[in-house]
Design a protein around this ligand. Structure first.
Ligand code: 5GP
Length: 195
């Protein structure tokens, strides 16, 4: 792909359990020129999560300090933990020759879009609330109480899908991967055509 198609920003949101992490990982393996923006969080790491790869895991005190120093593009409290995206410099991104994927919740996506007006908004939906519940139980990462909270949060989150530019229903993983790839490729072509 030529240089002109680079520097796009994709904001991906999904209720947890919609399969977003796997989807994004697979697309990043398949398409060159994508970088994942590693967020900061006060949530403790889950089994298998790595510092600097999945998140920068920081204390509530350090998080507050970063907020006070205005070091976040956006931040939000999601289900009792704080999550923040570091500042994004679109020009630096362009010269780096990469497109960026931001994984942020619906509150943060709204704020990020206000600042990064060209960003592309993509929402990933689970096929149904029942399927989401099954996945959350199946992945065995959360105790039942946390799953109840996640499901309640997911229901209100899914209503926000309305104002996203693209919606993917992640039923079969391979189809979801193909759809997300198609969106990214189309947006790259669109940018090139209008520049
Ligand atoms: P999890 O704890 O399952 O990794 O993420 C919970 C929620 O936090 C997800 O909806 C995820 O998109 C969101 N999230 C992750 N990083 C950020 C961020 O930097 N900013 C905001 N606003 N939300 C984030």
């Amino acid at each position: 792909m030529d240089q002109k198609g680079k520097g796009l920003i994709f904001i991906v949101s999904a209720p947890s359990g919609a399969g977003k992490t796997t989807l994004v990982r697979k697309v990043m393996e398949a398409l060159p020129g994508l970088r994942f923006s590693v967020s900061y969080t006060t949530r403790p790491p889950r089994t298998g999560e790595k510092e600097g790869i999945d998140y920068h895991f920081i204390s509530p005190g350090l998080f507050r300090e970063r907020v006070e120093k205005d070091q976040f593009l956006e931040w939000a409290e999601v289900m009792g933990h704080r999550y923040g995206t570091g500042r994004v410099d679109p020009e630096a991104l362009k010269s780096e020759g990469a497109d960026l994927i931001l994984d942020i919740d619906t509150q943060g996506a709204k704020r990020a879009k206000e600042k990064l007006t060209d960003a592309v908004l993509i929402f990933i939906l689970p096929p149904s609330i029942e399927a989401l519940e099954e996945r959350l139980i199946g992945r065995g990462l959360d105790p039942p109480e946390r799953i109840r909270i996640r499901l309640a949060h997911a229901k209100s989150d899914m209503e926000e899908a309305r104002w996203y530019q693209y919606v993917i229903v992640n039923d079969k993983l391979e189809e979801g991967v193909a759809e997300l790839k198609a969106i990214i490729v189309a947006e790259r072509q669109k940018k090139r055509a209008t520049q």
